[in-house]
Ligand binder design. Structure first.
Ligand code: ACO
Length: 322
């Protein structure tokens, strides 16, 4: 028994912030942002628009693309680090919106690696025979935890949602997933202010907002992504030449180019959306996947490598026969 991607979907809020818009209220430039990150614009949720508001249309599109109805969904795994509520979890909120009660629904918090973690969990449920039609979602409103006075992070993060439906299948789909974490670098990338925080902790630089040492994160991300990609290929006894598409986390164009070089993949074989989406954390990989599927680049039977790196640190990869 395998899990196989039956449909993909995504949703982006209407409001777009261009680099030029950012120039209007922080000391930065379009040229700097493009050169260092590849980002040109990003989508930002409207006031009153929450994570589940973005997730619902993405989920409906994925379910429709799979040829299913919401009532067919028997598992929801929802990756986010910007949930609407502390509880109930985002998965159950989405389940209520979709009208598919009964199956398990929960959220997964692994920052930018959240979708790879969620995909890996859902794949195991399907392989174990505990779900037939699993909905895997990544959705974020990072604009709410962005310190708009910090030009080192405010230019990067954005909002959006992506989803896939995994069907139980006798044909191979998700071939393997590889998850890792190293909790020893918390201070390089974190967002303080959780309700469970112990009092007496040293005052955070900006409570409730993302703090990142970008240069350090960059170095570790490149190293660990390189390793996990090799691990995924070796586990399947595949050479990198077998890959049709790299669908990477969209944090920074330079990190993506580094990963492509390591795989000997021309950039035409890499799905890049960072210029339009910025870094949408858990939404980034399913947004890119949906873009590649819907514009016809990614075709049935092709071999995809999905990878992501994020706060924690957490990172992971998935090899998928689409
Ligand atoms: N506009 C203009 N200048 C800027 C800006 C800006 N927006 N931001 C920083 N600078 C300046 C800095 O002040 C610095 O100036 P100085 O040399 O005078 O001190 C100079 O530009 C270089 O700054 P760096 O931070 O070294 O720039 P770098 O080339 O490393 O780019 C960036 C920064 C884009 C953040 C990069 O480090 C990066 O992408 N890091 C990885 C991010 C990532 O992958 N995160 C993981 C996932 S996120 C998650 O899990 C939530």
């Amino acid at each position: 028994m395998y899990s196989k991607i039956a449909g993909t979907g995504s949703y982006l809020p209407e409001k777009i912030l261009t680099n030029r818009d950012l120039e209007g209220f922080m000391e930065t430039s379009d040229a700097w942002i493009r050169e260092r990150t590849g980002i040109e614009r990003r989508h930002v949720a409207a006031e009153g628009q929450g994570t589940v508001d973005l997730a619902e249309p993405a989920a409906r599109r994925a379910i429709e693309a799979a040829g299913l109805a919401p009532r067919d969904i028997d598992l929801i795994v929802f990756a986010t680090c910007t949930p609407d509520y502390v509880f109930p979890n985002a998965g159950t909120l989405l389940q209520q919106r979709l009208g598919c009660p009964g199956g398990a629904a929960f959220s997964v918090e692994a920052a930018c690696s959240g979708f790879i973690y969620a995909l890996s969990i859902a794949d195991k449920f399907v392989r174990a025979g505990e779900a037939k039609h699993a909905l895997v979602v990544g959705a974020e409103v990072l604009s709410r935890v962005t310190d708009w006075s910090d030009r080192g992070t405010a230019i990067l993060f954005a909002d959006g949602a992506g989803a896939v439906v995994l069907n139980a299948s006798a044909q191979p789909g998700v071939l393997s997933t590889h998850l890792h974490a190293d909790g020893s670098h918390r201070e390089l990338l974190f967002c303080p202010g959780g309700p469970g925080a112990r009092s007496g902790l040293p005052a955070a630089p900006a409570p409730g907002f993302i703090h990142m040492e970008g240069r350090e994160v960059f170095k570790i991300a490149v190293m660990e992504l390189g390793r996990v990609v090799d691990e995924a290929l070796a586990a399947n006894r595949l050479d990198r030449s077998a890959l049709d598409w790299l669908v990477p986390h969209q944090a920074n164009l330079r990190i993506i180019q580094g990963a492509a070089r390591k795989l000997d993949l021309p950039m035409e074989r890499v799905i890049v959306t960072v210029q339009d989406h910025g870094n949408t954390s858990a939404a980034s990989v399913p947004l890119a996947l949906d873009a590649g599927v819907r514009d016809g680049r990614i075709k049935r039977g092709e071999l995809l490598l999905l990878e992501a790196f994020g706060a924690g640190f957490t990172w992971g990869a998935a090899l998928v026969r689409y």
